[in-house]
Design a protein around this ligand. Structure first.
Ligand code: P6P
Length: 338
């Protein structure tokens, strides 16, 4: 295959897209792709060796069996700590941020926020899951432990973000602010190969993704938008198609490729929504904007929200511009009504 371009080669080629980098991005992203290969391997044997659900079961080496989301967290954390570029991480699996303690890491310039295995409950039913990551420059002085402020930056400060989707094939999709690029993993040679250069989302789509089981708890504007999606109107290609996998990375990846809108609104039970701002919504929002789409909390740009705590949740609407615009109209007309 003459046009085979690996993730490593592509990053070096695009090196100048990553400001003030001297190979830092390639090393940082290669540690992420290394961890992704390990998680890919563990996920693909989960059903065989019962890693998926069983915590506390011993494997053949007599080691304590880890649940996959804990295993994914530990794998990404140690891969990132092993390199010189990262001084700390925040993770859905860690109550507080983890500031790496050795001098090498404390002299590093970047922090990584991640959801190491998003949608892990889907593993037991063989549905695809994903890793989501977001990379920032630290604010606190180099050479010291990280501070909370390093992790509580608005999404506009991201220098890179991406996801790994462990689906029918494993893909790594990332942006450094110069477009969105997708790489498909070839396990036979152990490399991620460029398969989707400059991914862009269509301005219109026909897919809406939302957990309609929560319909009665949605704000009135969201209810009216769902009914709009279901109305018969051939001039606007409606009714749309409802597709909901229940795994953010999978629903997002499909909509990125085909066009569409993903909605996780606030509900009466969860007034701030369910999805996490720092390591789910911001990285996905960065990718969406770079692919020509929109990501909001129903009113304002997700990436302009000033975070106040590591695990804070926000309502999340992401997808094709025209669909988000129509949704905003319904939300605006029916503010604060359920
Ligand atoms: P619900 C998975 O648990 C997750 O965090 C996202 O990946 C997914 O989009 C969402 O929650 C699904 O939530 O309430 O519809 O099951």
């Amino acid at each position: 295959m003459s046009n085979l371009r690996t993730l490593g080669e592509f990053i070096v080629e695009k090196q100048n897209d990553f400001p003030a980098a001297s190979g830092e991005l390639s090393s940082l992203l290669s540690s992420i792709s290394l961890a992704a290969k390990i998680v890919h391997r563990e996920i693909n044997k989960a059903g065989l060796v019962d890693i998926a659900g069983a915590a506390g079961v011993e494997n053949i080496q007599g080691e304590a069996q880890q649940k996959l989301d804990v295993l994914a967290n530990d794998t990404f954390k140690s891969a990132l700590e092993a390199r010189d570029q990262v001084c700390g991480i925040a993770s859905e699996e860690e109550d507080e941020e983890v500031s790496f303690t050795n001098a090498r890491n404390q002299n590093a310039k970047y922090v990584v926020l991640m959801d190491p295995l998003d949608g892990s409950s889907n593993i037991d039913v063989n549905v695809s899951v994903g890793t989501i990551f977001s990379i920032y420059r630290r604010i606190s002085p180099v050479g010291s432990p990280t501070q909370k402020e390093d992790y509580l930056q608005p999404g506009t400060e991201q220098v890179a973000s991406g996801y790994v989707i462990y689906g029918s094939s494993t893909m790594l999709v990332y942006t450094t602010g110069a477009g969105v690029h997708g790489f498909t993993y070839d396990p036979s040679i152990g490399v991620f190969c460029l398969s989707h250069e400059n991914m862009t989302i269509p301005n219109e789509g026909r897919v809406y993704s939302i957990n309609e089981g929560n319909y009665v708890k949605f704000p009135l504007g969201v209810k009216k938008y769902i009914k709009y999606c279901q109305e018969e109107d051939t001039s606007t290609n409606r009714p749309y198609t409802s597709r909901y996998i229940g795994s953010l990375v999978s629903d997002f990846h499909r909509n990125l490729l085909m066009g569409g809108i993903f909605l996780y609104p606030s509900t009466r039970t969860y007034p701030s929504g369910k999805l996490r701002l720092l390591y789910e919504c911001n990285p996905i929002a960065f990718l969406m904007e770079q692919a020509g789409g929109t990501a909001t909390d129903g009113e304002k740009r997700i990436m302009e929200i000033k975070p106040t705590e590591l695990h804070q949740r926000v309502p999340f609407f992401v997808g094709s511009n025209a669909m988000i615009e129509t949704l905003h109209g319904f939300i605006e007309q029916n503010k604060h009504q359920y």
